[in-house]
Structure formats: structure tokens, C-alpha cells
Design a protein around this ligand. Structure first.
Ligand code: NAD
Length: 430
């Protein structure tokens, strides 16, 4: 089939490449000419494992092309997937739908009357219905659940597909697009528009709640002298709870969970069905950043003024160079404001971090960041950081003091190597 993918960021570039991999002819469309030039040359302007290979393969085969022209997209596509951003508005918690509205308006002007316009962006419930009433070509909603760092795998072998459709024709078209994925046994849930939109926001709200739940337990452990790692292990053995998303730490960030729970709470208020617990989920999450800064001050004898701080991590999570709402950079920037001399290292996110936080220092290797540091903060869970040898690291730093903001370092090993070691939700080692 001939598909277009509108918006070629993390979601759209992955979706376009994976649709080509499924055998379709794909045209990616973006308003950013630099992004389109890079992708046309087979280059991916962000870090996503497996994606460069797929983009290179299909730009070379001719099955995947990119353009900035909606006229070209309209003439080309039978099905148009809209993957543009829905960030938080500057003036409220609501989602900014400017880009989605602009993409649908442009498609409505250029697409063939019998084309199908399929939204994939995460939107407040009610958006699909509103767009369907204003667009001539038929609209469907097909929310996306991919995880950055596993985006290709999650697109080609998703846990489930959700089709929000208003006609059998739309369902038939989407079934044809995803035929190889469905043939592999992927569960399909077909729903009305509001339900399809809500599956996505509810899934993110649930995941954020699970993380904030264990982080709230970490707060209680800190006050009561318990150990949240042991607590989480014991909770996770219960099948009804499960061990995933139960790692206490500096909390979630990124371009999805924080803005999605805020937008969901905002939309729920509008609907008269408040989800006030989501505001607490958000607040617990933000308090963990404060707690890391507090532990940093405590380890430095009261304040971090003039302390050389090595921050290990800038991406909001490992496997990604995405720094949107990154807890690591939020803590790094805060300590810089408190007078610390902060040096950040991240295996993939250095360029993005440098652009967004030009006043922080940057080191090309973790060793360079550690050299001469009076305090180390471990804030993104890259496997490289977990593999650091505490004895060797102790020889590099000026003072062996570390906060493990991800709760994965072996406290006994670090303490035995001479480090003063603090983690979230756990008592300080004797
Ligand atoms: P992104 O910012 O990386 O990409 C958005 C792209 O859309 C940009 O390249 C931008 O230039 C382009 N764009 C903006 N306006 C446009 C227009 N009118 N026409 C064409 N292109 C336009 O964002 P993202 O992370 O890919 O997220 C996109 C959507 O997918 C959001 O709604 C997000 O919540 C959702 N989502 C993201 C993920 C993820 O892991 N990143 C997962 C699931 C769902």
C-alpha cells in the first residue's frame, strides 16, 4: 500500500521505517527541512537502536522517501498516519494540539477523498471525534505504545494493536496495513474513538502511577528506616503486582509520561471526572528530584557550593538520547544553580544536553567526568555506569561520595571500596 507518515520525530521516523519493512511504499513528511534532508540521506537525527539500519535499507531500496510537501503527500498516500508532537502547553497542563490540528488541516486540503487519515499521536479524549467532524476524508485513531530504545521491536512486534474506527471500511484498511503484524498473532482491540484514545492515556497513567507508588514507598522507607529495594522485590513476587516498573529512583521523565499524565488530569477535569490522584503521582515524581539534591547536600556537609559534581547520565532513560524533561539534567541544573561545578557525561545524549543546558560542563567519558570530582550522582541507568569499578573510580575522584539515583549499584561493593554511598529509599550504610 502507499502510506504517508506525517511528522518524522521519534515516533514517525520509526513508524515510517517499520511500515517500509512490512512491505509498504512509504513517504515521510515533516515541516523541518533539516530532518527531511538527514532522513533522505539515510541518516537518523536521534539515537534509536536498529533504526539507522532500517532507514538506510529502505531509502536505498526506494521503498522509503521523505518530503516537506503536503501536496506530494496528498497525491501519493492511500493512508496517512499523523505522528506529530503533542507537547504540554506553555500556559497550562493541557496538551498543545496546534501541530495535530495543522497536520489534519493540511491533509484535509490535499488528500484524496477516499484516503484514510489515521492519528497516532497521543491526544486528549475527544480529539479524534472533533477532527472527524471537520475533515472530509475519513478519520481513524491508532494510538502508539512504543518505548524509546525498543521502538523498532515494539512497532514490528507490539503487545497489541488498537484501532479506533467509525466504519468497517476503516478497520479493513488498517487490517491490511498491519497484515503481517496481525498474522504473527498480535492481539487487536477495535474500539470507538474515545475508548481508543483513552487506552493510550490510561496505559501511561497506570505506568506512571506504578513508578510513583514505589517512589512513595521509598519516601516512607526513608522516614521509617526500611529498604525499598527489598520491599519491591517482595511485592514483585505477587503475580497480581509483578516486578516491572517497581524500581524506586529519581523518577520518570521524557517526552511522554510527564506531559501525558498532566494532559489526562486536565482533560478529566474538563469532563467533570477529576483524576486528582494523577496530580499526586506527578508531585511524588518531582519530589524525588528534590530528594537527590538533598542527599547531595547532605553528603557534602550541608551545601554543594564549589563542589565538583560528576553527573552520570543526561538522557531521561538508557537506550535513548532523548533529554526531554530528564530527571538527570533537572538535578544537574539545580545543583549548578546552588553553586556546584557540574560535569555531565552520557553515552548518547551529550549533543542534546549541551544544546539545552549550555552552562553545564560536559566530559567525553565517564572517567573524565569522575576525575577530581567531590561528589558523583548516578542518574541514568545506562549499563556502562553499572559496570564502573568502584575501586578504580575511587582513585579518580577527589572525594569518594556517590548518590545512586537509580538504585541499581551494589552498595556493599561501593562502600567496601571506600565510598560514602547514599541511595533513595534505603538507609545509609553503617
Ligand atoms: P517529536 O517531537 O520527536 O516529533 C514530532 C515531529 O513532528 C517533529 O519532527 C516536527 O517537526 C513534526 N511536525 C510538527 N508539526 C508538523 C506538521 N504540521 N506537519 C508535519 N510535521 C510536523 O515527537 P515524538 O516523540 O515522535 O511524539 C509524537 C507523538 O507521538 C506525540 O503525541 C507523543 O506523545 C506520541 N508518542 C510518542 C512516543 C515516544 O516514545 N516518543 C511513544 C508513543 C506515542
Amino acid at each position: 500500500m502507499r502510506l504517508t507518515v506525517i511528522g518524522t520525530g521519534y515516533l514517525g521516523a520509526t513508524h515510517a521505517a517499520c511500515m517500509a519493512e512490512l512491505g509498504h511504499e512509504v513517504l515521510g513528511v515533516d515541516v523541518d527541512p533539516e530532518k527531511i534532508a538527514a532522513l533522505s540521506a539515510g541518516k537518523v537525527p536521534f539515537h534509536e537502536p536498529g533504526l539507522p539500519e532500517l532507514i538506510a535499507k529502505h531509502t536505498a531500496s526506494g521503498r522509503l522517501r521523505f518530503t516537506t510537501s503536503y501536496a506530494e503527500a496528498g497525491a501519493f498516500g492511500e493512508v496517512h498516519f499523523v505522528c506529530v508532537g503533542t507537547p504540554q502547553r506553555r500556559d497550562s497542563d493541557a496538551a498543545d494540539l496546534t501541530y495535530v490540528d495543522a497536520a489534519f488541516a493540511a491533509l484535509a486540503a490535499h488528500a484524496a477523498p477516499d484516503a484514510l487519515l489515521v492519528g497516532k499521536s497521543t491526544v486528549p479524549v475527544g480529539t479524534a471525534g472533533r477532527l472527524a467532524r471537520t475533515c472530509d476524508p475519513e478519520v481513524a485513531w491508532n494510538p502508539e505504545f512504543l518505548r524509546e530504545g525498543f521502538a523498532v521491536e515494539d512497532t514490528l512486534r507490539p503487545d497489541r494493536l488498537v484501532f479506533g474506527v467509525e466504519s468497517a471500511r476503516a478497520e479493513t484498511i488498517l487490517r491490511a496495513v498491519y497484515a503481517p503484524v496481525l498474522a504473527a498473532g498480535t492481539p487487536l482491540v477495535t474500539a470507538d474513538f474515545p475508548t481508543a484514545e483513552l487506552v493510550k492515556t490510561a496505559a501511561n497513567a497506570f505506568l506512571a502511577t506504578k513508578i510513583s507508588f514505589i517512589n512513595a514507598m521509598a519516601e516512607v522507607c526513608e522516614a521509617a528506616g526500611g529498604d525499598v529495594r527489598t520491599l519491591a522485590e517482595a511485592l514483585g513476587h505477587d503475580d497480581r503486582i509483578g516486578p516491572k516498573f517497581l524500581s524506586a529512583g529519581v523518577g520518570f521523565g521524557g517526552g511522554c509520561l510527564p506531559k501525558d499524565i498532566r494532559a489526562f488530569a486536565h482533560r478529566a477535569d474538563e469532563l467533570g471526572t477529576p483524576l486528582s490522584f494523577l496530580r499526586e503521582v506527578d508531585a511524588i515524581n518531582m519530589r524525588r528530584r528534590d530528594r537527590v539534591a538533598q542527599l547531595a547536600r547532605e553528603l557534602c556537609g550541608g551545601d554543594v557550593l564549589g563542589v565538583r559534581v560528576a553527573v552520570l547520565g543526561a538522557a531521561f532513560k538508557p537506550g535513548s538520547d532523548d533529554i526531554r524533561d530528564s530527571p538527570a539534567l533537572a538535578v544537574a541544573a539545580r545543583l549548578r544553580l546552588e553553586g556546584a561545578d557540574v560535569t555531565v557525561h552520557d553515552p548518547e545524549a551529550m549533543d542534546n544536553a549541551r544544546k539545552a543546558f549550555p552552562l553545564l560542563g560536559y566530559a567525553l567519558t565517564a572517567e573524565d567526568a569522575l576525575r577530581g570530582a567531590g561528589l558523583v550522582l548516578h542518574l541514568t541507568e545506562w549499563p556502562q555506569f553499572r559496570a564502573i569499578d568502584p575501586e578504580r573510580a575511587a582513585m579518580l575522584v577527589a572525594r569518594p561520595r556517590i548518590v545512586d539515583g537509580r538504585g541499581v549499584l551494589d552498595a556493599d561493593r561501593w562502600t567496601a571500596a571506600g565510598w560514602r554511598f547514599r541511595a533513595l529509599g534505603r538507609p545509609a550504610p553503617e
